[in-house]
Design a protein around this ligand. Structure first.
Ligand code: IPE
Ligand code: IPE
Ligand code: MG
Length: 261
């Protein structure tokens, strides 16, 4: 089972200028972000919601850069939830359009920066062109050794667990797995996030105190930092603030603090 690990610094060609603000030993290995507040950002300016999403892409670029500079190994971003299909059709298609543009415009640069892209989420409902782009991005960057950027797109945590249960049931049915041998590692091996360590830090912007179906299995021992910033305003300073808060946490994993153990 993937135990939360102490951070390890990752060599990144992206790393222009390692931040002096964060002591390397307290840099989380895996940061997962619920990017929330694009709509409110736009509404406050009298702009259409899509403009907030457009500006949100700039914040994604900045977050990827900052993660690389800090030596974070894995950055997961929640781009579109299964429940986001409940939004008006023009907003959904606008979001898909932005996702396609992001891959088209940024893929070469991400590849040059040694970023490995990984997409988690369902394929159902997505058009062939977007699926092809996401596949191309993963194939191109598969062997990169820098930051792993995990994009949760059309993702739902419960759906991921349902899929895992189905896969385990198939293995049992086919005689490949003994039910008595099923443990947490078995389940992790069939989740979309297999091979990715659990998030150490989950950041949510815009002040909302909920998970919204984001990585429910993987975040059982993650530290949560909720920032008031709306996602388009999230910058390197916000990221450093969240990581600094993480650095103050006493992670016990059900045990005792290091001094008392
Ligand atoms: C987050 O911003 C982006 C997505 C969910 C795709 P929202 O669109 O949820 O913004 P608010 O919460 O309405 O402000
Ligand atoms: C969560 O934000 C989904 C993403 C950030 C992609 P939402 O704005 O959809 O979450 P709720 O509806 O407020 O819980
Ligand atoms: Mg929202």
């Amino acid at each position: 089972m993937s135990r939360p690990m102490p951070s390890e610094s990752t060599a990144l060609s992206l790393a222009a200028d390692p931040s002096p603000a964060v002591e390397p030993a307290r840099v989380p290995r895996h940061v997962a972000i619920i990017m929330d507040g694009n709509g409110r950002w736009a509404a406050r300016r009298g702009l259409p919601r899509l403009e907030g999403h457009r500006r949100g892409i700039e914040a994604v670029r900045s977050a990827v850069r900052t993660a690389g500079e800090m030596g974070v190994g894995y950055l997961t971003i929640y781009g579109f939830s299964i429940e986001n299909w409940r939004r008006p059709a023009d907003e959904v298609s606008g979001l898909f359009g932005l996702m396609k543009r992001f891959v088209r415009v940024d893929l070469a640069q991400l590849h040059d920066a040694n970023v490995r892209l990984r997409v988690i989420g369902g394929r159902t409902g997505l058009d062939d062109d977007i699926l092809a782009l996401l596949d191309e991005a993963q194939d191109l960057t598969r062997r990169n050794t820098g930051l792993t950027l995990v994009v949760a797109f059309n993702y739902g945590g419960r759906q991921e667990i349902v899929e895992a249960a189905r896969e385990i049931a198939r293995q049992v049915r086919d005689g490949r797995l003994d039910p008595d041998e099923i443990d947490a590692c078995t389940i992790e091996s069939v989740l979309a996030t297999r091979g990715i360590p659990d998030p150490d830090l989950v950041i949510r912007t815009s002040g909302e105190l909920r998970l919204s179906n984001f990585l429910p299995w993987q975040t059982t021992y993650s530290e949560f930092v909720v920032l008031p910033d709306l996602w388009p305003d999230f910058d390197a300073g916000s990221f450093h603030k969240a990581v600094a808060a993480f650095g103050q946490r006493d992670r016990r994993f059900g045990g005792l603090t290091a001094e008392r153990a």
